[in-house]
Design a protein around this ligand. Structure first.
Ligand SMILES: Nc1ncnc2c1ncn2[C@@H]1O[C@H](COP(=O)(O)OP(=O)(O)OP(=O)(O)O)[C@@H](O)[C@H]1O
Ligand SMILES: [Mg+2]
Length: 146
């Protein structure tokens, strides 16, 4: 299942992310791919808004893992948001128990997931953001069919 969208602003990317969030299924592990500044974190902002996560995604430098407590249909949900940009080896990633954290959250999102193709099979959804102009981005969402 593939869906494509051209976003013309950061706001539109957030809006599209909120529309995508409606289709989230418990246990989804989402790979977020795209160059520096492509809009992975902007997309995440839409997700955390939809899931009523209290934390604001404002810091330009992220730790490896952000954990958000939110809610969906009035029920509490935990969101794990990884950024693997600064992880330099598979050993380092395994050392922090990446695959356990990935599967433990109600929903997990991984920026730069494609840096570690070893985990590619785990993701249920892959979202790719590409530059299509200074303010426009092509967003492709692929859900694995099981
Ligand atoms: N259509 C658009 N969609 C998303 N972001 C856009 C768009 N147009 C402009 N921008 C700007 O591009 C930047 C995207 O930054 P963001 O932090 O989301 O990228 P990123 O993919 O997470 O990068 P990084 O790999 O550094 O984490 C923001 O400054 C945002 O305002
Ligand atoms: Mg980012």
């Amino acid at each position: 299942m593939t869906e494509e969208f051209i976003s013309l602003s950061a706001e539109e990317t957030g809006e599209y992310a909120r529309r995508f969030a409606v289709t989230l299924q418990p246990g989804d592990m989402v790979s977020l791919c795209g160059e520096l500044g492509a809009g992975k974190t902007e997309f995440m902002r839409g997700i955390t808004e939809f899931l009523n996560c209290d934390d604001q995604l404002s810091s330009p430098t992220f730790p490896l893992l952000n954990i958000y407590e939110g809610s969906l249909d009035g029920k509490p949900v935990t969101v794990h948001h990884f950024d693997l940009y600064r992880i330099n080896s598979l050993q380092e990633l395994e050392g922090i128990g990446f695959d356990e954290y990935l599967s433990i959250g109600d929903f997990s999102f991984v920026e730069w997931a494609d840096r570690f193709p070893e985990y590619a099979l785990l993701y249920t959804v892959t979202i790719t953001l590409e530059y299509a102009g200074s303010e426009s981005r092509r967003i492709v969402i692929k859900r694995k069919t099981s």
